[in-house]
Design a protein around this ligand. Structure first.
Ligand code: C2E
Ligand code: CA
Ligand code: CA
Ligand code: CA
Length: 279
């Protein structure tokens, strides 16, 4: 049975206790690492599927761990959520991205909106909106410079606060996208409630459509639904020209995936911004 431990960890089964001690060690590292600037951000291009013009970037966090090397978000985002570090981590990401955009702007590069991932748990935090506004004010960025991608997780305990904070963000002029659309159990009901302008179709649909007619029909239906609701659609995980072309036929606007570019460190992202195209 699932039980919440004193340290805030979930123990599902006895044999996971070994892993739990590893998580405890990693959470200590994370707490220290956040103070030591070990967080890095990579940027992945989003393109207009027809013109291949660069229309946005997505900021993806990496952890430069002192002994384990670069760790992907799956290794530390859920951990940060479990051990109460997600608010600090999120603030660091916003600070890093805002600072980077300001540097690109100072270099005279043409800018596109940069999307930051937020987990529902992060948005629930009492200081979430004021802390965000403070960071942006410090870097002098306007609100169109940054967008938010919201991932639904099982950890959303306070729906009311989450929705209130999201509506505040929207009222302040920030754009919001629903991430991983089509996964999770309540995406459709969220769609009615969330102040989103964009849905990001989960990459499992894009990949599944290669082999399953059924997945392709679901994806086409999602795109059709989004168009009816006047929402923009971004397809994630586009890896082949074949996928890109049927997505265009289905009416999808924007694509993201290895076909157009992998997540890149800031220096290489600057080259991409200067070119204005990807893929
Ligand atoms: P996501 O937001 O769905 O991001 C897309 C993930 O798919 C990224 O993995 C990206 O590297 C990967 N990807 C992009 N194109 C392709 C492709 O063509 N093929 C395949 N196979 N994969 C592709 P990544 O960077 O490991 O991030 C994983 C997840 O971690 C993200 O999923 C997001 O939910 C979360 N995440 C990342 N950065 C942050 C952050 O700063 N804060 C929060 N709260 N979550 C974050
Ligand atoms: Ca995302
Ligand atoms: Ca996603
Ligand atoms: Ca995902």
């Amino acid at each position: 049975a699932k039980e919440r431990g004193k340290a805030g960890f979930c123990f599902y089964e006895p044999q996971m206790i070994a892993r739990a001690s590893e998580r405890l060690a990693l959470s200590t590292d994370l707490r220290e690492g956040l103070g030591r600037d070990e967080l890095r951000v990579c940027y992945q291009p989003k393109v207009d599927l027809r013109s291949r013009r660069l229309v946005g970037l997505e900021a993806l966090a990496r952890w430069a761990h002192p002994t384990r090397g670069h760790l992907p978000p799956s290794m530390f985002i859920p951990l940060a959520e479990d051990c109460g570090l997600i608010a600090r981590l999120g603030e660091r990401v916003v600070r890093e991205v805002a600072g980077q955009i300001a540097r690109w702007r100072a270099e005279g590069l043409p800018l596109v909106p940069v999307a930051i991932n937020l987990s529902m748990q992060e948005i629930q935090g009492a200081n979430f909106v004021p802390s965000l506004l403070r960071t942006l004010a410090e870097t002098g960025l306007d609100r169109h410079a940054i967008e938010f991608e919201i991932t639904e997780t099982a950890a959303m305990t306070d729906v009311h606060t989450t929705l209130r904070h999201l509506r505040e963000l929207e009222a302040l002029g920030f754009r919001i996208a629903i991430d991983d659309f089509g996964t999770g159990f309540s995406s459709l009901s969220h769609l009615r409630q969330l102040p989103a302008r964009t849905i990001k179709i989960d990459q499992s649909f894009v990949h599944g459509a290669d082999v399953s007619h059924h997945d392709r029909e679901i994806t086409e239906a999602i795109i059709a639904l989004a168009r009816k609701l006047r929402l923009h659609t971004v397809a994630e995980g586009v890896e082949s020209e074949q996928q890109a072309s049927w997505l265009v036929q289905a009416g999808c606007d924007i694509g993201q995936g290895y076909l157009f570019g992998r997540p890149l460190p800031p220096g290489e992202t600057a080259t991409l911004l200067a070119a204005g195209f990807a893929g």
